[in-house]
Design a binder for this molecule. Structure first.
Ligand SMILES: Cc1cc2nc3c(=O)[nH]c(=O)nc-3n(C[C@H](O)[C@H](O)[C@H](O)COP(=O)(O)O)c2cc1C
Length: 260
C-alpha cells in the first residue's frame, strides 16, 4: 500500500502533523509521500492507494490555496480512501467537513476527518499567546491523535468528527469576510530597521510577494497572510501593525524545508 499526503503549511504546524502521519504509516511499512501544494504543477494520483489532505485554517476555513488545489484535483472512479485533517488554534474547525465534501464530490471515499488544535500562529490578532508548555501539550496530543487515526484507517474504520450545519455556514461567511479584508490585513506587514536583507523571507514566501527595492523589503499585494515571513525571520525584524511579534512557531517551523 502507498499513500500520498498533500498539505499547505505556512508556519510548520500542518507539516509537523504530516511528518507524524509519515512516521506512523512507516511503522506499518506503508510508504507515505508528502507533497507541499505551494508550487505544485501537476497533481498525479497514479499508483497511490490512499490520499491525505492537510490544511491550516484561516478565518475559520481552509485558505484559498487549498480551495484552488481541491478544484484541480482530478475526479476518481476508484473511491480512493482518504483522510482529511486541519490544524488550527481552536479545538476544532468546520474546514474538515468542507474539504471532505469536495473530495467526495470528486469520487474519493473520506474515512477520517479530524481537526487538531495546534499553536495559534496568529495569536497576536486573535486568541492568546500559547505558552511553551501549552505548545508541548498540543504537539503531544496531536501525535497521539495521529496514532489513533492511523490505526482506525488501517482497520478500515470510519472516524469523522461531526460538524453541525450552522458551524459550516458561519465558517463560510467568516472565510468570505476574511478573504475580503485580506488585502488590508496584509498591508500590516512591514520590515523594521533590524532587517539585514538576508532574503530568507523573500526566498520562502509561498506567493513570491516580497522583493527588495532601494535597500528595503517591499511586501506586495499577493500576500495570503500565512505569517511565514514573521515566524522565520532570523532577526525577528518583521512587524505586524508596527508591533514586534514573539516568534512562537520555533517548535514546528523547522520541519518546513526552507530555502536557506
Ligand atoms: C491569517 C490566519 C487566520 C487564522 N484563523 C484562524 C481561525 O479562524 N481559527 C483558528 O482556530 N485558527 C486560526 N489561525 C491559526 C492557524 O490556523 C493555526 O495556527 C495553524 O495550525 C497554522 O498552521 P501552519 O503552521 O501549518 O500554517 C489563523 C492563522 C492565520 C495565519
Amino acid at each position: 500500500m502507498k499513500g500520498i499526503l498533500y498539505y499547505f503549511s505556512g508556519t510548520g504546524n500542518t507539516k509537523w502533523v504530516a511528518d507524524r502521519f509519515k512516521e506512523e504509516f512507516g511503522l506499518n511499512n506503508i510508504d507515505l509521500k508528502l507533497i507541499n501544494i505551494e508550487s505544485l504543477e501537476e497533481i498525479n494520483m497514479k499508483g497511490y492507494d490512499f490520499l491525505i489532505i492537510g490544511s491550516s485554517v484561516y478565518g475559520k476555513m481552509q485558505p484559498k490555496i487549498v480551495d484552488n488545489f481541491l478544484h484541480r484535483l482530478p475526479i476518481t472512479k476508484k473511491s480512493i480512501r482518504s483522510i482529511v485533517y486541519s490544524t488550527q488554534g481552536a479545538s476544532s474547525s468546520a474546514a474538515i467537513s468542507v474539504i471532505a465534501k469536495e473530495l467526495e464530490k470528486k469520487g474519493f471515499r473520506v474515512m477520517i476527518q479530524s481537526s487538531m488544535k495546534m499553536p495559534n500562529n496568529f495569536y497576536f490578532a486573535s486568541g492568546k499567546k500559547p505558552s511553551i508548555n501549552e505548545q508541548k501539550e498540543m504537539l503531544k496530543n496531536a501525535e497521539i491523535k495521529v496514532k489513533n487515526l492511523t490505526s482506525c484507517f488501517l482497520e478500515n474504520r470510519e472516524l469523522k468528527e461531526k460538524v453541525l450545519f450552522p458551524r459550516i455556514l458561519l465558517g463560510k461567511i467568516s472565510a468570505r469576510t476574511f478573504r475580503k479584508v485580506l488585502p488590508k490585513l496584509s498591508r500590516s506587514i512591514t520590515a523594521a530597521e533590524e532587517c539585514t536583507k538576508c532574503g530568507l523571507c523573500l526566498r520562502n514566501c509561498p506567493k513570491n510577494n516580497i522583493t527588495f527595492e532601494n535597500g528595503h523589503a517591499i511586501f506586495h499585494s499577493k500576500c495570503m497572510l500565512c505569517l511565514r515571513c514573521i515566524h522565520i525571520c532570523p532577526k525577528n525584524a518583521i512587524r505586524y501593525k508596527g508591533k514586534k511579534i514573539s516568534q512562537t512557531q520555533k517548535e514546528t517551523i523547522n520541519c518546513l524545508s526552507l530555502s536557506k
